[in-house]
Design a protein around this ligand. Structure first.
Ligand SMILES: Cc1cc2nc3c(=O)[nH]c(=O)nc-3n(C[C@H](O)[C@H](O)[C@H](O)COP(=O)(O)OP(=O)(O)OC[C@H]3O[C@@H](n4cnc5c(N)ncnc54)[C@H](O)[C@@H]3O)c2cc1C
Length: 269
């Protein structure tokens, strides 16, 4: 914290370095000082307590993937972690670092957002908690103040009966980032949706909840027609970016596809 305060914008903090060092190598970041957070003690805690998950800032994606406790408490998170990059990258990349990277196409932020996960942040003013969905301010810019350190992510235990699913679309089957993805959490009673949380990748500059899709599901019997209406609503309200990987129109189409897949999987689970 002191180094970060002393050097201000001339310093960059790194944990696994998978986002930071790629940016340095590409010349997008030119820090005078790189602060190695991985040396800090006490950040590698990984605990499952009554279904809720505590993931310290030093915990790598590989450690999550290797945890049988995580696999049984939150299989959807465990499966999704295994789709990120390659084992080599997952050996270094941390879950907290994925969130603080503010990636436009993070696989993990949308899932953590529908799970109601929070990031614990410690700074000169003390400790605070931020919903994971509010950590990214803009692509590659997080909401932490200079001198603040993220110490952990807390994921509450999903209530019994919550149906969770995640679907992603990539151009290549392995080692590719999603052009579009959908995370859903549904609570149903007698076939009617009592609570819907939907977060999308590809519908805007950052992963975000889709209020339009959630409103289309809420209070509805989840018939195939209702699912189709929800994915239409998500597509209509999307403002996808256009870049060398995909046009905005193609991404909009994919948002509908992945949401239909995720809703179908959640209902079948
Ligand atoms: C080849 C490759 C493929 C990838 N594919 C995918 C993919 O398919 N899906 C996906 O979701 N992601 C993917 N990623 C992204 C990867 O998951 C992230 O780069 C990684 O999780 C970041 O974690 P890190 O510990 O390396 O963070 P770092 O690179 O060390 O840090 C990232 C950012 O967070 C800040 N930071 C890190 N830790 C803290 C902390 N404790 N407190 C405060 N600030 C902190 C840093 O200052 C920096 O701004 C890929 C990355 C690579 C290199």
């Amino acid at each position: 914290m002191r180094l970060s305060r002393d050097y201000g914008p001339e310093a960059v903090a790194k944990m696994g370095g998978c986002t930071v060092m790629v940016a340095v190598r590409r010349g997008l970041l030119r820090p005078k000082v790189v602060i190695g957070l991985h040396c800090l003690p006490g950040l590698d805690g990984l605990r499952v307590t009554d279904g809720s998950l505590f993931v310290g800032a030093g915990v790598t994606l590989r450690a999550l993937e290797r945890s049988t406790e995580v696999a049984s408490a939150l299989p959807v998170l465990w499966r999704t972690v295994r789709t990120v990059a390659s084992p080599l990258v997952r050996n270094m990349a941390t879950l907290v670092g994925n969130v603080t990277s503010a990636l436009p196409d993070s696989d993990l932020v949308p899932l953590l957002a529908v799970l109601g996960a929070t990031l614990t942040v410690r700074g000169p003013e003390g400790e605070r908690s931020l919903p994971v969905g509010e950590v990214s301010q803009a692509p590659y810019r997080h909401a932490l103040a200079p001198g603040e350190l993220a110490t952990a992510i807390a994921i509450p235990a999903p209530p019994p009966g919550l149906r969770l699913a995640y679907a992603r679309f990539t151009l290549r089957e392995a080692f590719d980032r999603p052009l579009a993805a959908a995370a859903v959490a549904l609570r149903l009673a007698d076939g009617v949706c009592h609570e819907a949380r939907v977060a999308l990748v590809g519908a805007g500059p950052l992963p975000a909840r889709s209020g339009a899709a959630e409103a289309a599901l809420q209070g509805q019997p989840l018939t195939p027609e209702a699912l189709a209406r929800a994915s239409e609503a998500a597509m209509e309200s999307a403002a996808p970016p256009s870049d060398y990987r995909a046009s905005a129109d193609y991404r909009r189409h994919l948002v509908g596809v992945v949401l239909r897949r995720a809703l179908g999987e959640a209902l079948a689970s």
